[in-house]
Design a protein around this ligand. Sequence first.
Ligand code: ATP
Length: 273
Amino acid sequence: MSRALGLVDDVEDGIPGDAAARAEGVSKIYGTGGGMVKALDNVTLSIPRGGFTGIMGPSGSGKSTLMHCLAGLDQVDQGKIYVGDVELTGLREKDLTRLRRDRIGFIFQSFNLIPTLTALENITLPMDIAGRKPDKEWLDTVIDTVRLRDRLHHRPSELSGGQQQRVACARALASRPDVIFADEPTGNLDSSSGTEVLSFLKESVRITGQTIVMVTHDPTAAGYTDNVIFLTDGQLVDRMKDPTPAKVLERMKNFEPPAPAAQAGTPQQGAGR
Ligand SMILES: Nc1ncnc2c1ncn2[C@@H]1O[C@H](COP(=O)(O)OP(=O)(O)OP(=O)(O)O)[C@@H](O)[C@H]1O
């Protein structure tokens, strides 16, 4: 039934039961009255543990809202969110803050590094704040994975955009969170730096089993993931396993709004004259 409506049910899609994060019947509304926007509309989905999941959809389809709700950065109006087996919805702010700090990593489009700290200090900052000692061996692995060893004592202003984003990725990976949420991580990078960042995000999933969720507009970036969730108008409308850029681009055509002329339903003036 849900297929006929173009909606996708997680169970039907065969996503394994071991989920790093889950949304169950989640709705999120912004504003009231005439200005009300249903940013998420009854979304149920699982993020497979140890996978690289892309979230795609047209502008305004709810991608960032979904990511923020899954990460406990924003509250839902209806439904439940789980990270592992912990229900986020209903946690007190203090517990939510601790859970985000201990179990969730973030990578943003703007790198959000502290300018006065070195690359290494930025990488270990979340653990320093949490009073946790970094696992030296793991930190070495992360630093080598992102190829930053010769830049560790540089400040962000002395690094290229690609290197700064690699520091932000290392910061997210260093504490081995249950799940890393990346919001357009290559949006501010040139294509070769973007390719580098995507390559080692994929590598860290393959080699270390890190779970990563990435919001992206870019079918090429989605091609690095191993499954893609498609949103339209706040609803989960499709999932794709083992995506390629060409397959994603083709699928996206189904979800983009029609061109203005077609939308207005008016035949083109002068056509056929
Ligand atoms: N704080 C807010 N207040 C009011 N409306 C909001 C707010 N945040 C998002 N929205 C609305 O919710 C809907 C979903 O927004 P969201 O940013 O999640 O979409 P998106 O798919 O990430 O878009 P984009 O690709 O353009 O970044 C949009 O209609 C947006 O205008």
